[in-house]
Design a protein around this ligand. Structure first.
Ligand SMILES: Cc1ncc(COP(=O)(O)O)c(C=O)c1O
Length: 345
């Protein structure tokens, strides 16, 4: 790629020539009135891929989740989620401000992956506890967990526990296509045990903008109302939806390449800084490098790598890197050379 090697996120990729062409020639209407044909086609395609009744196209994954939380959870009630999940950590203030919602955190034993037993315990009724859990959310792949993949079987077990407790299950599937490719399970199988899910077109699938929320007909009817309430009725959105349709066609087939590149990146760093990352644990496109055992702090690594032309982010003592459509195997080699230069005194 031109310029720095940008590994800060899989959201930084630029639209492909095919996407730009589709956007330039997109047929559009006014999405407030529901008559943008390209948006409608994207929504129909998303419903088909997920096996849900219907879907709506929204600007961000955050808006999808906030609409879902508002629909499922009463003000003052709780959402149970893994402690480092995007919804309950990065978006907790949105949920508090927009919907009066708080979270019951469950701490995963391994890399963000919840068990059915943990969910069962979080939903167990306590006659002396006045807090009520209205929704359980699961994140797949789990971002802070390191792009970890929950299997369909594990999600089904959690779904069964939720169904027994009468509590709906929501899937933050921002990167569900990465999970689907890594596990070899269709997105539809992941969507089956949950009441609703969202996925992002603007991450690994490579679209410039947009996410999709899918669920049953009644839920999506309410979500359409909430979309307007939250200021998300976005008129000639067919322009970007056209790129979203291309992302759904072209994106999934090349995600395995991102996963292989992430593993190669982790492998090179493990050679340079033994113990900082386990390449065998890289399942998808996210690499965390624990630099606490090195002579530099995480901010020092980030700044040195930046000076060497490699952009990364950090969480605590871990450097975070994501591979994406604009990162090729040659960029991984160049990034590893930058790590080696940054490691020198
Ligand atoms: C797991 C997860 N969920 C939700 C989101 C929110 O998506 P958006 O940035 O489109 O609001 C992100 C963004 O990085 C994410 O990583």
């Amino acid at each position: 790629m031109d310029g720095p090697i940008d590994l800060r996120s899989d959201t930084v990729s630029r639209p492909s020539p095919r996407m730009r062409q589709a956007m330039a020639s997109a047929e559009v209407g006014d999405d407030w009135y529901g008559d943008d044909p390209t948006v409608n086609r994207l929504q129909d395609r998303a419903a088909e891929l997920t096996g849900k009744d219907a879907a709506i196209y929204l600007p961000t994954g955050t808006m999808c989740t906030q609409v879902a939380l508002h629909a499922f959870v009463r003000s003052g009630h709780l959402v149970a989620c893994e402690a480092s999940a995007h919804a309950g950590r990065t978006e907790a203030s949105s949920a508090a401000v927009l919907s009066g919602i708080a979270f019951r955190h469950m701490i995963a034993e391994s890399r963000g992956l919840l068990t059915a037993g943990q969910v069962e315990a979080a939903l167990r009724p306590d006659p002396y506890d006045v807090s009520v859990v209205d929704l359980v959310t699961v994140e797949n792949t789990h971002q802070v967990g390191g792009g970890t993949v929950m299997s369909v079987a594990q999600l089904r077990e959690i779904g069964a526990v939720c169904a027994a407790a009468g509590v709906p299950l929501y899937l933050d599937g921002a990167r569900i296509f990465n999970a689907s490719v890594a596990a070899g399970s269709p997105v539809r199988a992941y969507a089956d045990p949950v009441a609703a899910l969202m996925f992002c077109l603007s991450k690994g699938l490579g679209a410039p903008i947009g996410s999709v929320l899918a669920g049953d007909a009644e839920f999506i009817r309410e979500a359409r109302r909430l979309k307007v309430l939250f200021g998300g009725a976005w008129r000639q959105a067919g322009i970007t939806a056209a790129a979203g349709l291309v992302a759904l066609e072209d994106g999934p087939a090349r995600l395995a390449e991102d996963h292989a590149n992430a593993r190669a990146l982790a492998g090179g760093i493990a050679e340079l800084l033994p113990g900082s990352v386990d390449p065998a644990a890289i399942e998808t496109n996210i690499v965390f490098v624990d630099v606490s055992g090195t002579t530099r702090s995480a901010p020092e690594w980030r700044d040195r790598l930046g000076a060497e032309g490699v952009l990364v982010t950090m969480i605590g003592c871990r450097i975070r890197m994501l591979t994406h459509v604009d990162i090729g195997a040659d960029d991984v080699e160049a990034a590893l050379a930058a790590w080696r230069r940054a490691a020198k005194d």
